[in-house]
Design a protein around this ligand. Structure first.
Ligand code: FE
Length: 200
């Protein structure tokens, strides 16, 4: 399937095909592959009884590492290209706001947690400490205020905490296919709500 064929009806299959092809890619500097990481993060959300939207956000939070698969025109790939922003952008047309917001804010949530919780830094992996510096380090007081005004910031914080816990080699997880019905349900609900309100 090519990016221009993606609709509400095909987005989940499109994502599943990307993960099938590229899930074994290494997760930069971590001892797990991209798909192992995604599945470990989703599994923690599920184990905590999180809402389906949050499980989907956990599963897809790093989809921004694959935005080249979505076609160059589908997102802003300027000099400020970042996987969190790009991921939120590619999901936004198909998934409800809490999902795309959690994806968009999962790096901000790391910077937030490092600023408000002095013990949080100790929970980061070496690779995540390295990227924290590139991402701007812990938030300033002004950035904290702005982050707390985001309607889904608390959900983004939860996704971030699972993100930290999803980097362990050898953990048994469900297969990606386990989450397909959940993703299909969320996309279908979002589409019907969009139809009801006249939005796309
Ligand atoms: Fe991650």
């Amino acid at each position: 399937m090519t990016p221009d064929q993606v609709t509400h009806g095909t987005i989940v299959t499109f994502i599943a095909e990307i993960i099938e092809r590229r899930g074994a890619d290494s997760y930069l500097g971590e001892p797990v592959s991209m798909s192992e990481h995604m599945l470990q993060v989703a599994m923690q959300a599920e184990a905590e009884g999180a809402d389906e939207t949050l499980i989907a956000a956990a599963l897809l939070h790093d989809i921004g590492h694959y935005t080249t698969e979505f076609g160059a025109d589908s997102f802003d790939c300027g000099v400020d290209f970042r996987h969190d922003q790009a991921g939120g952008q590619v999901l936004a047309p198909y998934f409800p706001r809490p999902v795309s917001d959690c994806v968009r804010l999962h790096v901000a949530a790391k910077r937030y947690l490092c600023a408000v919780d002095p013990t949080y830094f100790g929970k980061l992996s070496q690779a995540s400490i390295y990227t924290l510096r590139l991402q701007g380090g812990p938030m300033s007081a002004e950035e904290i205020d702005a982050f707390e005004l985001e309607p889904h910031h608390l959900d983004a914080v939860r996704v971030r905490q699972w993100d930290e816990g999803g980097k362990l080699p050898g953990v048994r997880t469900p297969a990606f296919a386990h989450y397909l019905p959940l993703l299909e349900r969320i996309v279908a609900q979002h589409k019907s709500m969009g139809a009801a309100t006249g939005e796309g």
